[in-house]
Design a protein around this ligand. Structure first.
Ligand code: MLT
Length: 428
C-alpha cells in the first residue's frame, strides 16, 4: 500500500502521499496542499523543499556521498575525462568509444564564435568581471541562433544547442579573460582536446610558441569533473526555473552563470584565496583568524567552510585537497597560502565550535589554490567553476524539458500593509 503522512490543521486530518527515491530518500508530496487545505508551506531558502524529481545526481550530505548517474565522484575524478562525464550527465550513460569520439568531434566543429560576438566583447571595458562578460556572451547566442528560441525544438535542434554550448564555453571563458587583460583574443586550436584548447586560448601570446603543460591540463580536467553537477544548488535551480518558462537553453544557462557569480555560491573560491592572502599578509596567525570567525561581532566569515547539504564532509573537497598537494608537487610550486589553508583546516577540525556546527572545508576551499598553481588569475576562478558546471546545467535543463515540468512559481506569505485608501499627493 502507498505510504501516506497525516497532517492535522485545526483538528481536520489530511493525507499526504509519501514519495520515495531510488536511494530511499523520502518526501511528503504537497502538490495538492493549497487546493485541499488552503495552506501553503513556508521554507525560506528552500532548505527542505524538493523542487523536482531528478535522475542525474545523488547526494547524501550526512554520509558525504556524491554520485552522477550512479557513478561515484571518486571513480569519475580518478578514471574519467571531463567530456565523458559531460556525456554521462547529459545523456544518462557512459558513452561507448564511437559515441564519445562523435561527441567530441561535434564539439570541435563549433568551437569558433561568430566574429560579431567579438564586437560585443570589444564593447566591454577591461575592468569588467569575466563572469559578467561570460554570462552576456552566452546569452548573446540567442541572437545568433534564433532557432534556439523555439520551445518545441526537435531533438536534433536541442543536440546542436548542447554541442554549441559546450564548444563555445571555453572560447567565451578565455576571451573574457583576454578582455580583462586588454589583450587580443586567441582562436580555438582544434588539434587539442577540450581542456588544452581552453588553456592555449587563455595563455598563448601572439608572438610566442605555446605548449600546453599536460600536468596543468590534467589537473584542470579533474577540477572540471569535480564541479560538473551538484543537484539542485542555487545556479542549477536558477537554470531550471528560467528553463521552466520555456526560455532557450542559452538564456537559461546565462541566468545560471549569473547565479553562480555570487560570493555565497561559485564566487566563494575567489573569496577563499583573497581571505588566505589577507591572513598571510597579516602574519599567518591561523588561531587568531579562527577566533575571529567564532566571534559574531568581528564581521569575519571563514570562507570555504560549511555547506548547505554536507554535514559530514564534502567528498569533492577531499579529492581536491589531494589534487592540490599532487599538482603543487609536480609543478614545483611552493604556495604559502596552502600552508595557511592546511593549518586553518587542522585547527578548525579539532575546534568544538566548528565540530558542533558541522563546518568542514568545502569544494571551494582548496580549488583556488590549484587554480593559482595552474597560473589561473583570481578573477577567473568562478569562470572555471562555470565551465565545469556547464554539463550539469545542460543535463538539468534537458531533463526538465523532457519531463515536461510546469513553470516554476513559488508562493509567499505576505507581510505588508492591509488594504488602505489612496491619498492624493497634496494631502499626504
Ligand atoms: C555547488 O557545487 O553548487 C555548491 O557546492 C553549492 C551547493 O551545492 O549548494
Amino acid at each position: 500500500m502507498a505510504k501516506t503522512a497525516e497532517l492535522i490543521i485545526d483538528g481536520k486530518s489530511y493525507k499526504l502521499p509519501i514519495v520515495e527515491g531510488t536511494e530511499n530518500e523520502v518526501a511528503l508530496d504537497i502538490s495538492n496542499l493549497l487546493e485541499e487545505t488552503g495552506t501553503i508551506t513556508l521554507d525560506l531558502g528552500y532548505k527542505n523543499t524538493g523542487a523536482t524529481k531528478s535522475a542525474i545526481t545523488f547526494l547524501d550530505g550526512d554520509k558525504g556521498i556524491l554520485r552522477h548517474r550512479g557513478y561515484s565522484i571518486e571513480d569519475l575524478a580518478a578514471k574519467s575525462s571531463f567530456l565523458e562525464v559531460a556525456y554521462l550527465l547529459i545523456f544518462g550513460e557512459l558513452p561507448m568509444k564511437d559515441q564519445l569520439d562523435k561527441f567530441s568531434n561535434d564539439i570541435k566543429l563549433h568551437t569558433m564564435v561568430h566574429e560579431d560576438i567579438k564586437k560585443i566583447l570589444d564593447g566591454f571595458p577591461s575592468s569588467s568581471h569575466p563572469m559578467g562578460v561570460l554570462a552576456s556572451m552566452f546569452c548573446a547566442q540567442t541572437a545568433f541562433y534564433p532557432e534556439s528560441l523555439d520551445p518545441n525544438r526537435s531533438a536534433e535542434g536541442v543536440y546542436l544547442s548542447i554541442v554549441r554550448s559546450l564548444a563555445k564555453m571555453p572560447t567565451f571563458a578565455a576571451w573574457a579573460y583576454k578582455n580583462a587583460m586588454g589583450h587580443p583574443v586567441n582562436y580555438p586550436d582544434n588539434s587539442l582536446n577540450y581542456t588544452s584548447r581552453f588553456l592555449k586560448m587563455l595563455y598563448a601570446l601572439p608572438a610566442e610558441q605555446y605548449e600546453v603543460d599536460p600536468i596543468v591540463a590534467d589537473a584542470l580536467d579533474k577540477l572540471l569533473i569535480l564541479h560538473a553537477d551538484h543537484e539542485q544548488n542555487c545556479s542549477t535551480s536558477t537554470v531550471r526555473i528560467v528553463g521552466s518558462s520555456k526560455a532557450s537553453i542559452y538564456s537559461s544557462i546565462s541566468a545560471g552563470i549569473n547565479a553562480l557569480w555570487g560570493p555565497l555560491h561559485g564566487g566563494a573560491n575567489q573569496e577563499v584565496i583573497l581571505m588566505l592572502e589577507a591572513i598571510r599578509k597579516d602574519g599567518g596567525d591561523t588561531e587568531k583568524w579562527i577566533n575571529k570567525a567564532k566571534d559574531k561581532n568581528s564581521g569575519f566569515r571563514l570562507m570555504g567552510f560549511g555547506h548547505r547539504v554536507y554535514k559530514n564532509f564534502d567528498p569533492r573537497a577531499k579529492i581536491i585537497k589531494k589534487t592540490a598537494d599532487d599538482v603543487l608537487n609536480k609543478l614545483g610550486v611552493n604556495d604559502p597560502v596552502l600552508e595557511i589553508a592546511l593549518k586553518l583546516e587542522e585547527v578548525a577540525l579539532r575546534d568544538p565550535y566548528f565540530i558542533e556546527r558541522k563546518l568542514y572545508p568545502n569544494v571551494d576551499f582548496y580549488s583556488g589554490i590549484i587554480y593559482r598553481a595552474l597560473g589561473i588569475p583570481v578573477d577567473m576562478f568562478t569562470v572555471m567553476f562555470a565551465m565545469g558546471r556547464l554539463p550539469g546545467w545542460i543535463a538539468q535543463w534537458k531533463e526538465l524539458r523532457e519531463n515536461k515540468e510546469p513553470i516554476g512559481r513559488p508562493r509567499q506569505i505576505y507581510t505588508g500593509q492591509n488594504l488602505r485608501p489612496y491619498i492624493p499627493i497634496e494631502k499626504r
